[in-house]
Design a binder for this molecule. Sequence first.
Ligand SMILES: NC(=O)c1ccc[n+]([C@@H]2O[C@H](COP(=O)([O-])OP(=O)(O)OC[C@H]3O[C@@H](n4cnc5c(N)ncnc54)[C@H](OP(=O)(O)O)[C@@H]3O)[C@@H](O)[C@H]2O)c1
Length: 272
Amino acid sequence: MTFAAKYGPWALVAGASDGVGAAFATGLAERGVSVVLLARRQAMLDQVAAEIENRTAVQTRTVAVDLAAPDAAARVAEATSDLEIGFLVYCAGADPNYEPFLDNPIQAAEAMVQRNCMVPMQLCHHFAPAMVERGSGGIVIFGSGAGLAGGPNMVAYGATKAFDMVFAEALWAELHDKGVDVLGLILGKTNTPALRELEFSRGTIGSPDEVPEGAAAVDDIIAEAFDNLANGPTLMAGDVMKAAAQFMTSLTRKQAVEMFAQAAAAAMGPDR
Ligand SMILES: NC(=O)c1ccc[n+]([C@@H]2O[C@H](COP(=O)([O-])OP(=O)(O)OC[C@H]3O[C@@H](n4cnc5c(N)ncnc54)[C@H](OP(=O)(O)O)[C@@H]3O)[C@@H](O)[C@H]2O)c1
């Protein structure tokens, strides 16, 4: 079976306006799958769509939705109701702030849970039945090394990413023998526009175009993901993330949390 026959005719990529999501959407298009590109910034989505249509023969559709909004999943379902979605990528989900839990109103954490937990769960429940019925399809949910233990400045974020990883693993357990490939794609530091913006705002890089130290390249992460779509449930993406995940298995939970706390202190500098 060709890639497009197994995972097409359409894919939905949530968080497709830049970085790893845009690269994932482009990779799907290059393999013959038409793509629904979803994020908040319409102009950026239009740009990604134009690039895909220039380079490939597939169709694109853009959907500008804030995935933290309470009606997000319903809006996505409505915007795709006429399409056969064989592949779902849930990429949106970084934390642009990296701040202590109590520094922000509870609504910030609630929005994080909505975008990173509620909506991907609702979209999987919406799109997976048709995949199961036809016996083929794929789901990729982005996780983070931040979900492997609790750490300061990522209280809600890390917890949502732990949810995402376990959710993907459990869904894999239910669906992989029904022809649906589920993969929890766990990223370490990766050179995306969102990461560069965060590091620039914290003064750890001198310009928003500088590559943060130790960050994996987007193209490498996406290539590894495509090579491992059928090797779920969980992929620690890139050598650094693999080594970190392996090392953490040798620690107690307390040691892991202390390690994250030390890393946070080093990242925030002596004034915070
Ligand atoms: N970069 C890293 O170092 C790193 C490390 C570990 C894990 N990850 C994971 O990798 C994924 C991608 O991260 P990233 O660095 O590319 O940053 P990101 O902020 O998740 O951005 C990725 C995409 O998500 C969209 N997005 C963000 N919030 C959204 C919302 N509320 N509604 C709709 N779309 C939204 C963004 O577009 P718009 O702004 O146009 O909405 C963008 O297209 C995330 O799940 C993150 O947890 C990244």
